[in-house]
Ligand binder design. Structure first.
Ligand code: MTE
Ligand code: MO
Length: 379
């Protein structure tokens, strides 16, 4: 049974499939800046491979075929460790929303919990590549990709520029939130590629290849690509680029009724200058490439009128904005219609598409259309 090493999992995860394990972060995990390890979403294509910290080795293969091997101890003893706060989002996050508001899509029907944030500790990939003999500041043009292989056979690659970028914060990570990586998240070593679709953050990584070509894995060559709304289930996969940096995303994760008759609510309402029945709306916004979220627009009437949410000022570690921005809005109940909506803007002034049909792709990747949540006032 290849799944015999799969760990026990927290009951609070919303499980889509158990072999392999695919499970989303529950609402309580989406409400915190940093997601507790036990409820960080899990996306496994196969089983959890049997690995150990003492035996694990990672091989770096240079463009000329030369190889250098490191144990985990080598990495910890000989390189500076660093910590980066980064959000990982599966390209299928919110696929269920696209299916519901447009038409059927192929893949796991994730709601808004295919995303989580952690403080990742490890060593810089850049430093390890330099140590292995790769000229990280003046490499030849033919070297274009860094490929990563996982112990169970998954693989993916990223552009070499990202792999060696001083401000790219790509890590070979061995800790999440100060603890060894849990088995589901790559114990004892994974790649962390901040600002990039999570499919490139290869878990249980044991081999890195620097090459002219992208990874030949199906997850690089097929699968994680988007096509036009008209394209059906058998496209020429080679015509679309593999997803790397991800677009602006937002979701409402909680709608809560507040009443001035409750003392706790009353204090909270006063903080927001309100004394009447109200609704508190919370959620996350995130953009790829380390682009900061600069504004979050929220509507209580299905997008007819808009307001700006308050951005919570959580501070992440790292060279760029690799972590989501949480936000909040409190609105008098009498302004609340049937649908609450959110969309965000990043520092490049990218924003989210309003509808789902125009942005439809048959795999339902990178669903980022305005997130809408139905509201019913309490009786
Ligand atoms: N790495 C390996 N080795 N095997 C996998 O199945 N899944 C990828 C990526 N890295 C995967 C992997 C995908 S598609 C995602 S979304 C993230 O891991 C999920 O990481 P997580 O389970 O730690 O949340
Ligand atoms: Mo994913």
């Amino acid at each position: 049974d290849p799944f015999e090493n799969d760990p026990r999992r927290d009951k609070r995860l919303h499980v889509h499939t158990s072999r392999p394990c695919n499970a989303e972060t529950p609402t309580e995990g989406l409400g915190a800046f940093v997601t507790p390890n036990d409820i960080f979403y899990v996306r496994n294509h196969m089983w959890v491979p049997s690995t150990s910290e003492s035996d694990h080795k990672i091989v770096v293969e240079l463009p000329d075929g030369e190889e250098k091997e490191y144990s985990l101890k080598d990495l910890k003893d000989n390189f500076e460790s660093t910590t980066v706060t980064a959000t990982l989002q599966c390209s299928g996050n919110r696929r269920k929303n696209m299916t519901r508001e447009s038409r059927s899509t192929k893949g796991l029907q994730w709601n808004v919990g295919g995303i989580s944030t952690s403080e990742w500790t490890g060593v810089r990939l850049r430093d390890v590549l330099a140590d292995a003999g790769f000229p990280v500041d003046e490499y030849p043009d033919e070297v274009r990709h860094a490929q990563f292989m996982g112990a169970e056979a998954y693989g993916a690659s990223i552009p070499i520029d990202k792999a060696v970028d001083r401000r790219g914060d790509v890590l070979l990570a061995y800790e999440m939130n100060g603890k060894p990586l849990p088995p589901d998240h790559g114990y004892p070593l994974r790649v962390l590629v901040p600002g990039t679709v999570a499919a490139r953050s290869v878990k249980w990584v044991n081999r890195i290849v620097l090459s002219e070509d992208e990874s030949s894995s199906e997850w690089q060559q097929r699968d994680y690509k988007c096509f036009g709304p008209n394209v059906g289930g058998n496209p020429d996969w080679s015509t679309a680029p593999a997803i790397q940096e991800i677009p602006v995303q937002s979701a409402i994760t909680s709608l809560r009724d507040l009443s001035p008759h409750s003392q706790a609510d009353r204090q909270y309402l006063r903080l927001h200058g309100l004394e009447e029945d109200s609704v508190a709306v919370e959620g996350y916004s995130f953009s790829g490439g380390g682009r900061r979220i600069v504004r979050v627009d929220v509507s209580a009437d299905n997008g007819r009128t808009w307001h700006q949410a308050e951005l919570l000022s959580d501070k992440g570690k790292g060279a760029k904005a690799w972590a989501w921005t949480r936000w909040r809005w409190v609105v008098p109940r009498q302004q609340a219609g049937r649908w609450f909506v959110v969309k965000a803007v990043d520092e490049a002034y990218n924003t989210q598409p309003s509808d789902y049909d125009s942005n439809y792709n048959f795999r339902g990747h990178l669903t980022s259309s305005w997130h809408r949540v139905g509201y019913r006032p309490p009786d």
